[in-house]
Design a protein around this ligand. Structure first.
Ligand SMILES: Cc1ncc(COP(=O)(O)O)c(C=O)c1O
Length: 321
């Protein structure tokens, strides 16, 4: 991941692909290398930096005065950060009462935060309307500039390919809207078409068992909004309307991928394991990617390296549920 500010200073670099020495063995991946694509190394702690950087840079190039997005937290902090880097105002719409939100960090970075009654989807809608009304740059996923987010996340795939010299067997990605997963697909597909990898890896979606539209579509189940349980653990993965579900489903089907959904307790345990065995402060929601690989490996003969995309940004003590 690269980007330069006006003075030519490097804003961000490729995140590390960490070869697990202990976790893989602990989980029983005998003879199969496990890698963690450590997105916690991004400046504000998650892969959302990648999209925020490209959006803010484009907004500045196009002469917009402000960038806006609806967010549950991580994307908002990233957007606030890169808006400031490029001298723009950031207006972040956040659902009121979000337990795990990083509002304080958005404000510290100079963003204006607007609280919205309702859920994540309502915050995105309010942001899109405000962009229209005030002539701001719309950085929301799935919207008019959504393709740039896909491009940003395609760099995760490019970095994995550059590091391994070929595609891994499977890559697991924590999924909310499906944007990150669809972006990785774009990157791997490009590498395949350009002859840089011998195959496109199986893409595996890891999400919450409590309301994600992509998972519902995949399993053919009805999503019942009234039964949604949103917590500090699953918040990044809950999506009543997964804004890039179609693209992500296409990626899953085209690569022989699958979807696994997890309970909060499982994700917290996985995050504790990553912390204890690899020393990385993984966010529980993103530790779901490791659980997804464990499930995959239990169900089939895995024929090559496995990669889990894992983000950071869990501050403070991780409490067992
Ligand atoms: C840490 C983390 N993981 C995963 C996701 C889900 O990504 P996407 O919405 O691109 O599927 C998010 C989204 O906010 C996130 O913050």
């Amino acid at each position: 991941m690269e980007g330069e500010d006006s003075s030519g200073k490097l804003l961000a670099v490729a995140t590390p692909l960490v070869r697990s020495r202990v976790l893989g063995r602990f989980l029983g991946f005998d003879g199969v290398p496990l890698y963690l694509k450590w997105e916690g190394a991004n400046f504000t702690g998650t892969h959302k930096d990648r999209a925020a950087l490209l959006h803010a840079r484009r907004a500045a190039e196009l002469g917009f005065p402000a960038v806006t997005a609806g967010t549950c937290g991580n994307f908002g902090v990233a957007l606030a950060h890169y808006a400031r880097v490029f001298g723009l105002k950031a207006v972040i719409f956040v659902p009121r009462g979000y337990e795990n939100s990083r509002v304080g960090e958005m404000v510290e970075r100079g963003a204006e935060v607007v609280f919205v009654d309702g859920r994540y989807e309502d915050a995105v809608e309010a942001s899109v309307e405000a962009a229209e009304a005030h002539g701001w740059y719309d950085a929301n996923p799935g919207g008019r500039n959504g393709s740039l987010s896909l491009e940003a996340y395609s760099a995760i795939a490019e970095e994995i390919v550059a590091e391994l010299g070929d595609a891994p067997y499977a890559v697991a990605v924590p999924v909310g809207n499906g944007t990150t997963l669809a972006g990785l697909y774009r990157g791997f597909l490009r590498a395949y078409r350009e002859g840089r990898v011998t195959a496109v890896p199986r893409l595996v979606a890891a999400t919450t068992s409590h309301a994600n539209e992509l998972a519902s579509l995949w399993f053919g189940e009805k999503l019942e909004p009234e039964r949604v349980v949103e917590t500090w653990v699953n918040e990044p993965l809950v999506a009543l309307r997964a804004l890039d579900a179609e693209l992500a489903l296409e990626a899953l089907r085209a690569t022989g991928g699958c979807v696994y959904a997890f309970e909060d307790e499982e994700m917290v345990e996985a995050a504790l394991l990553v912390r204890a065995l690899e020393g990385l402060p993984a966010l529980p929601a993103s530790a779901s990617a490791i659980l997804a690989l464990e499930r995959l490996a239990k169900g089939e003969e895995v024929e090559g390296p496995l990669v889990a995309v894992v983000t950071g940004r869990w501050r403070g003590r991780l409490r067992r549920l």
